[in-house]
Design a protein around this ligand. Structure first.
Ligand SMILES: Cc1cc2nc3c(=O)[nH]c(=O)nc-3n(C[C@H](O)[C@H](O)[C@H](O)COP(=O)(O)OP(=O)(O)OC[C@H]3O[C@@H](n4cnc5c(N)ncnc54)[C@H](O)[C@@H]3O)c2cc1C
Length: 366
């Protein structure tokens, strides 16, 4: 294998490219990114970059080694697995011996095509546009009370805006489970966020321009409406390639998709364990997938998945997936911090100093 092509321009793609070098791969690596910006991290986009506390430039990921050819503003449009070529929107097909798929996801929108006014937050450009709108706003309506929606709400409160969050379910339940979700929801209420549960879901109202949100017959309006209703895996370019697609590109536990092809990050769905659209997962999957491309199996001793969120003065760290596990079997609270453990394979802390590795070990302990 002499030529590796990595499709994607963020953490999974950059990690895979640099890990191949760490592992001694000395052939050519070409990274194709649809975005024009140098690779950056999305994590602060809903937090300090949205608030203006951190600069746009601070999001840059560490630069790749000069030997990696980075083609910014280059979108993969289709894949020919027989000829082993990636077709792109701005030049000749790019041949590969090994391919890493790391195209992540894009924000899901609720508005029909042609309607303006709905903001989303996935890219740096989304963040800049939303931040600009917020400077002229007094009220904000966030649709979606998951991790991203609640982080946006938190940041908007620090900017002094009046914030309503609406969702068909109580905030954060789907991802944190009832106990942990309530800890954060309580902090949100104390920070003055208005939380609305609309079991029937909401609908954006307007024709060419968004006029408001229909919440079970009541029209909610705000200066800014931002949807945080999940992301869609960016795998449309693989349609017709013959690869298995099922809400992402399907991989085995080592990130393998097909001969000479691996995938990692938010674009990937691991057969049997699903999709985990979080930062640490993107990093770890990218390394395992890069190793698999080189013929090595490093998937063995993995710890439970991990993610974190910061909102309303609460830092939550989660190992494993507590959402379906009900009440924790162990709960310790002291001086504003908390440690929770579920014997089903999860553990979480709130404003706690426990190192992440220890938390993950605790989650997997018998
Ligand atoms: C605002 C925000 C805040 C977050 N905060 C946290 C957090 O606090 N904690 C946490 O654990 N996780 C967080 N996440 C999740 C985390 O950022 C993602 O899991 C991570 O970005 C996934 O990385 P990825 O490289 O797989 O995909 P992405 O980050 O989606 O990157 C995909 C890249 O591929 C490019 N691409 C897409 N299609 C093509 C194509 N056809 N051709 C070429 N390039 C293409 C895209 O332009 C992009 O550069 C957050 C996400 C967002 C959006």
């Amino acid at each position: 294998m002499r030529r590796v092509v990595v499709v994607g321009g963020s953490i999974a793609a950059v990690t895979a490219a640099s890990w191949l070098r760490v592992r001694g791969f000395d052939g050519t690596i070409t990274l194709l990114s649809a975005e024009k910006e140098q690779p950056y991290t999305r994590v602060p986009l809903s937090k300090t970059v949205l608030s203006g506390e951190a600069t746009d430039a601070s999001t840059a990921l560490p630069p790749l080694d000069d030997s990696v050819v980075v083609r910014l503003g280059t979108r993969a449009v289709s894949l020919d697995t027989t000829a082993r070529r990636v077709n792109v929107d701005n030049g000749d097909p790019v041949p590969y011996d090994g391919l890493v798929i790391a195209t992540g996801g894009r924000a899901r929108r609720l508005s029909p095509p042609g309607m303006s006014g709905e903001r989303v937050l996935r890219t740096l450009a989304d963040c800049v546009a939303l931040r600009e709108d917020l400077t002229r706003a007094r009220t904000v309506l966030v649709v979606g009370a998951g991790l991203l929606g609640m982080e946006i709400a938190s940041t908007c409160r620090t900017l002094g805006l009046e914030v309503t969050v609406v969702d068909r379910e109580p905030p954060l339940r789907r991802v944190l489970g009832p106990v942990l979700a309530e800890v954060v929801t309580d902090a949100a209420r104390k920070h003055g966020v208005s939380l609305r549960t609309v079991p029937g879901g909401v609908r954006l109202v307007g024709s060419r321009t968004l006029e408001g949100v229909d919440a079970d017959g009541e029209l909610l309006t705000a200066d800014v409406v931002v949807s945080a209703v999940g992301d869609v895996p960016a795998v449309d370019w693989l349609t017709g390639s013959g690869l298995c697609l099922d809400r992402g590109v399907v991989t085995d536990s080592r990130g393998r998709v097909a001969d000479h092809i691996v995938a990692a990050g938010d674009a990937a769905v691991v057969r049997g364990s699903g999709r985990r659209p979080h930062w640490t997962n993107a990093v770890e999957q990218a390394r395992v997938a890069a190793d698999a491309l080189l013929g090595e199996d490093t998937s063995g001793a993995s710890l439970p998945s991990y993610f974190w969120t910061n909102q309303f003065g609460v830092e939550v760290k989660v190992a494993g997936e507590p959402a379906g596990l009900g009440e924790p079997d162990q709960a310790e609270a002291a001086a504003g911090s908390m440690l929770l453990r579920w014997s089903g394979g999860a553990a979480a802390t709130v404003n706690h100093t426990m190192p992440v590795r220890k938390l993950r070990q605790l989650a997997s302990a018998p």
